[in-house]
Design a protein around this ligand. Sequence first.
Ligand SMILES: [Zn+2]
Length: 226
Amino acid sequence: MVFFNSNNFIAMRISIILLLSVILLSCGTTNKLQTNKSESNFTESQIELIYSDKVTAPMRVLLITDPKDSIILRTNSKHVYVNSNDSTLNYFAQRLYSTVNNPNNPGVGIAAPQVGILKNIIWVQRFDKDKEPFEVYYNPQIDKYSELKQTVLEGCLSIPDIRDSLNMRAYSILLQYDNAKGEHICEMIEDFTAVIFQHEIDHLNGILFIDHLEKEREASGNHDLK
Ligand SMILES: [Zn+2]
């Protein structure tokens, strides 16, 4: 995801906190991502792609305008078995980080399918934390969405020349994921950072922000997607 547009909902904070308290009561009830399996995460061709350049080298970002790329971007990604000693997984995560931090094409988030690796791995810039660090998430899944929405301008590294505001993103989400140590975490995320998670997790399910844009335009009676 590319663009940043901070919206403040300060006036609604109290009601949000109450809402989130209710949401958090259900945290940890769906631990189905937890696994102790140890399996090879990558195919030979994926390993070849991952090690095709140095770890600091950005990978090629797939584009929706390329028919072959588009098929991959529309495919669901798969579960990844997290093991902190998996050197290929660590190498790939670092290359994905190098890609979202490419000074020539920087983003605030990226998903593994955007570089042609159909695995449930994303990087998200945490604007809700001090120093706004980038963090990696394995097998992220959104369990709950707040009723409250936010309107945010979005763009995508895989979609050239289109940026537009969506009105359908939840203000807060309840997220579960595996961290780089293989620990299973349940966390509530809000505000703009929650939009980045929603955008990147959509990628893992073959969904792009222009899909939501199209639905919103159809609902409002404007069928033209620029
Ligand atoms: Zn994107």
